[in-house]
Design a binder for this molecule. Sequence first.
Ligand code: NI
Length: 166
Amino acid sequence: MGDQRLLRVAQPVSEFGTPSLAELLKDMRDTMAHLDGAGLAAPQIGVDLRVVIFGGKSNPRYPDAPAVPDTVLINPELAPLSDEEESGWEGCLSVPGLRGWVPRWIQLRYSGMDETGRQFERIVDGFHARVVQHECDHLDGVLYPMRVRDFRRFGFVDELSDVEMP
Ligand code: NI
């Protein structure tokens, strides 16, 4: 956080199945695995492209979160299926050591391409919907602290223990 590359509106991917895209995805997977992330967006490793990855079965950073399928999502589009929001705790590999209470749409449809350029869409809710919204925000230069409304629920993980944490 503070690196200006995290604040850009990232560029769409126009070529699929290329060695450079494969290399980017490998770098992103390695980074996410190394840091125990639930997801990662290309701008977080300094790459100005609309590429996110997310998923994973058990994650020590989010022990109670349900499994989300391992997904590569490129040039994503998100559409809420209702105005209903739900708040939950989020962290971010670009904002280490902190957590915040962030409102997100409960249910949404997302669409985009996989790494081969095949279009797909999903309707999701709950933690899956939260992760997608968090990662896709990175493509528009938005970090989760910008969405925190109650700053009494934003702070260092080690200090938040007396607030109800999941
Ligand atoms: Ni993040």
